[in-house]
Design a protein around this ligand. Sequence first.
Ligand code: AVJ
Length: 311
Amino acid sequence: MAAEIGKSLRAPLPWIPSKYFYDDRGSVLFEEITRLPEYYQTRTEEALLEAVAEPILAAGRPRELVELGSGTGRKIRILLDSLQKMGRLQSCVLLDINELVLNQSVQRLQAAYPQADFRGVRADFVDDLECLNPRGARLLLFFGGTVGNLHPRDVPGFFRRASHALVPGDTFLVGVDLVKDRARLEAAYNDSAGLTARFNLNILRVLNEKLCADFDLAAFEHVAFYDVENAWIEMRLRARRPSRVRIPLAGLSLQLERGKEIRTELSCKYTRESFTGRLEATGLRLERWFTDPEELFALALLRRTEEGRWR
Ligand code: AVJ
């Protein structure tokens, strides 16, 4: 972490990887964000998943579910319920960056579905996908539009690595937040309760705690805007006044002038076309594209092809 932060904060446009949002406090704040009136993503995706769980399971006929960035593990219950009714539920693997959240959700799910075998893997879905050996009859899950946190140029590489956790014929369900009008998008990241601002600022507290940094949270403000050209929401932290920050464990001393910004998150929005464009030569192809009636959010069902099998 020290090396990673040292490098990212020294860049011309300083940034902090979004995974550092999710310490125990940040994970709770994100949970609260999912219930905000402005944050349409979570409830839209859940309703959509309820509606399409059956065709998805019929397409892949999985016996195992593997979820990347599982969080509280609420959405996966919809699929676990259907799979159990079909008498096909055997095992389930949750992968998350936060150990506390991970252990709690594995325990809860194991208690709710005692006949299945649950396992938790504390890992980063960007760097640690090799730990998922392909076994077959697997449905890989990546909800929440979290694929949007990857820079579009890094998405094909991510899909290629994810495809190695699958055998040809296996399926991969990806939640995708869709391009829509600016006002709706910006409201979702500038909520009137100020929760997203607290979530954003909390990342500085994480650096204070983990790297003995001395960020003064009051010296920064939350910024979130939609960049139409790139089709992404960008979150930043802007220095309200000149400030000096020391991060001893990263060997870093920063002098930030007033107005200087640190990027903390990209949240890319896709269309069916732009998303499909990221799948080329990844060993995955789009099989079904499900959306809610308002076309706010999509669930993309991908199928592992024969391509790239021997790589
Ligand atoms: C969980 C990464 C999908 O990008 O919308 C919520 C995180 N950031 N509000 C998103 C988030 C600000 C969220 N993802």
